[in-house]
Write a protein that binds this ligand. Structure first.
Ligand SMILES: NC(=O)C1=CN([C@@H]2O[C@H](COP(=O)(O)OP(=O)(O)OC[C@H]3O[C@@H](n4cnc5c(N)ncnc54)[C@H](O)[C@@H]3O)[C@@H](O)[C@H]2O)[C@@H](O)CC1
Ligand SMILES: [K+]
Length: 246
């Protein structure tokens, strides 16, 4: 560790990067070898996102602080909805904006949305009231080509707002593996990437997409990385669950 950033997050160096096939291997080993489920990982991811949101953007009392959560139909959207739940629990006013009809959500994102509905947070359109913060959970590392449809429109909307955008895992529309910015892509003020930094996020050119780059521990055992092909040597998160990388 080489100190902390201005928000008190430990600054870390020396975490290797990982690509999409590598992350697919990580997910597989987490579930099949260790029995750590995707919902468990999603819970860790969303909690970490809410913690970065609170400490970096919403210090103090969260009452009257308004957060818009943009949620896609995959794991990225599910993680953002966990963060929505945590922020609402801490008193923030949360608007949930899915990238399509919420009735069409399936699997874990549908489960997360059902929890939010039970809490009285109903999916809807982008609110007229300007937010204090936007969470980008539209598309993660499974982006395929330039954003289309509602995701495209919501990325444009987010980039037009005065409020900062905090992206989950990767800024939506930015190919985090090869570093390609598609049109459009989220211009985040900060990005919280999960498990390991994705290979395209560490290049200098990625900085205008990611903003400040953080890394969250989602409880991948370091020994898992030594089982990958090729194996990776990953240090433990000794100094905190959330590290500042760039
Ligand atoms: N082990 C991990 O790293 C974990 C990852 N999680 C999250 O899950 C994400 C990966 O989840 P998924 O693989 O489900 O997929 P994503 O959530 O990355 O994205 C898939 C969704 O985006 C849509 N999409 C893809 N390309 C698009 C385009 N060009 N235009 C419009 N829509 C597009 C797809 O139709 C699909 O609905 C990660 O980025 C991360 O945020 C966590 O939930 C849990 C653990
Ligand atoms: K995202």
């Amino acid at each position: 560790m080489t100190g902390t950033d201005e928000f008190g997050f430990p600054i870390a160096r020396g975490f290797p990067t990982i690509d999409t096939p590598g992350m697919a291997q990580v997910d597989l080993l987490m579930v099949q070898f260790y029995g750590i489920s995707l919902p468990q990982m999603m819970e860790n991811a969303g909690c970490a996102l809410a913690l970065v949101a609170r400490r970096r953007y919403l210090p103090g009392d969260l009452a009257d602080r308004h957060v818009v959560v943009l949620a896609g139909f995959g794991g990225n959207g599910g993680g953002a909805m966990v963060a929505a739940r945590r922020l609402a629990g801490w008193g923030a006013q949360v608007s949930l904006v899915p990238s399509g009809s919420a009735d069409a959500l399936k699997g874990m994102p549908a489960d997360q949305c059902a929890i939010l509905k039970a809490m009285g947070i109903l999916p809807g359109e982008v609110p007229r009231m300007p937010p204090d913060l936007i969470l980008d959970g539209l598309i993660g590392y499974s982006l395929r080509g330039a954003p289309e449809g509602r995701a495209d429109a919501l990325i444009d909307w987010a980039n037009r707002q005065d409020a900062p955008v905090l992206a989950l895992d990767v800024p939506s529309g930015f190919d985090a593996i090869n570093g390609t910015p598609h049109n459009p892509f989220i211009r985040a003020d900060a990005t919280l990437t999960l498990a390991l930094p994705k290979s395209g996020l560490q290049d200098g050119g990625a900085a205008n997409a990611t903003g400040a780059l953080y890394l969250a521990d989602i409880s991948v055992p370091p020994a898992l990385y030594r089982r990958l092909a090729p194996p990776l040597d990953v240090p433990p998160f000794l100094d905190g669950d959330i590290m500042r990388l760039l």
